[in-house]
Ligand binder design. Structure first.
Ligand SMILES: Cc1cc2nc3c(=O)[nH]c(=O)nc-3n(C[C@H](O)[C@H](O)[C@H](O)COP(=O)(O)O)c2cc1C
Length: 369
């Protein structure tokens, strides 16, 4: 039996051993944007998960673009150095390639860490002023952001460019722009959060204008062969919000600007809206985007079992599977998935004796009680 999930895949110049990706996951454990020892451990562990690619958490392109005081940021030389050490470490000890998610939290910035409530920071908690397309708060627990003018847009665009250049220097293999979950780029595209009446609002074309300008500027400084993608909220799950058809147009426009892949997520435009809890809830729109745009399509969201992931790839509904919580629960998820699907994955030599296919006679599970 050949597994589709464990077949190789190539996006632009990025050669990947299989279709399993670790989704970006904030750790809220940085110090003024700088990754710490926690990240060495966390990313080092996931670099040996068997996934072909690990995407580093939403990393703010400017200080005010972090979600919380604990979020990573890539706006300083100190942070660039810290990331460079971690990426070199992961590549030395691990089997996965490394991507980074470049982000700006926009009106959802200045929030508390989830385990401290996750709401907007209150006076006394060192809050900071936020920016967005319109002065519309993401929920009752946040102040309204300041509506951005063109000078703000230039600043943010330049911050994305600077962050992309730092990411290339650090040695990341891929860059993913965060255009999902109600953060700055998504909040421009969604009609729920963008009520502007200048060239950057109104129709979908107007609402896409600023994020497309950011993408164009980033693409211009990222090497041609480097895989550049975006994570999108493919639907707002709200009446009057973004739909799958809007997302097809949105992804097609980004593909024209040189986008290599899309990661299909959803939701997050307001604090109140709840995403579905059905397995693989983003798969139908991912399938539509893949079919109608032809772009390399990654899908995420309640995909947890090897058989479920295998079927999505084998049936051609997506090209890659990103896993979040399943990887936190079992950081060797792909090792056991490969075993179940009759495949195998690269493992560090220190652990080879637990790999039946790579170390003949190591079938300890078959002999265990
Ligand atoms: C702890 C945690 C942190 C997350 N941080 C990010 C993030 O930095 N960027 C992002 O796009 N999504 C983030 N997400 C969402 C996940 O990437 C993923 O889309 C979501 O958890 C659904 O996938 P799952 O069902 O496999 O967990 C986070 C999720 C978790 C559980």
């Amino acid at each position: 039996m050949t597994s589709a999930l464990f077949s190789p895949y190539k996006i632009n110049g990025l050669e990947l051993a299989n279709r399993v990706v670790v989704a970006p996951m904030c750790q809220y454990s940085a110090s003024d944007g700088m990754p710490t020892d926690w990240h060495i451990t966390h990313l080092g562990m996931l670099a040996n998960s068997g996934a072909s690619l690990v995407v580093v958490e939403a990393t703010g392109v400017e200080r005010r673009g972090r979600i919380t005081h604990g979020c990573t940021g890539i706006y300083s030389d100190a942070s660039e150095d810290a990331f460079a050490r971690i990426v070199a470490h992961c590549k030395r000890i691990g089997t996965a390639k490394l991507g980074i998610q470049l982000a700006h939290a926009g009106r959802k910035a200045s929030s508390a860490r989830p385990w401290e409530g996750g709401l907007g920071l209150k006076p006394g908690e060192d809050p900071w002023p936020t920016i967005g397309p319109s002065a519309i708060a993401p929920g009752a627990a946040w102040p309204a952001p300041r509506a951005m003018d063109e000078a703000d847009m230039t600043e943010v665009r330049e911050a994305f460019v600077d962050a992309a250049q730092r990411s290339v220097r650090i040695g990341f293999d891929s860059i993913e722009l965060h255009m999902a979950h109600g953060y700055l780029m998504h909040s421009f595209v969604s009609p729920i959060s963008n009520k502007r009446n200048d060239a950057y609002g109104g129709s979908l074309e107007g609402r896409m204008k600023f994020p497309l300008e950011v993408l164009r500027a980033v693409r211009a400084v990222v090497p041609k062969g480097m895989a550049l993608g975006a994570r999108i909220s493919s639907t707002d799950w709200m009446d009057g919000g973004l739909t799958g058809d809007d997302s097809v147009a949105w992804v097609a426009a980004m593909k024209k600007e040189g986008l290599d892949f899309v990661c299909v997520s959803s939701g997050g435009v307001t604090a109140e809206v709840r995403t579905p809890t059905t397995p693989g809830y983003n798969v139908p729109i991912a399938e539509q985007i893949k079919r109608e745009t032809g772009i390399a399509t990654r899908v995420v969201g309640l995909i947890a079992t090897p058989k479920q992931a295998e079927a999505i790839i084998a049936e051609g509904k997506a090209d890659q599977i990103a896993l979040g919580r399943a990887m936190l629960e079992d950081p060797h998820w792909a090792w056991l998935a490969a075993k179940e699907l009759g495949a195998d994955v690269a493992r560090p030599k220190q652990y080879l004796r637990a790999a039946p296919k790579l170390w003949p006679g190591a079938s300890y599970r078959d002999n265990a009680a």
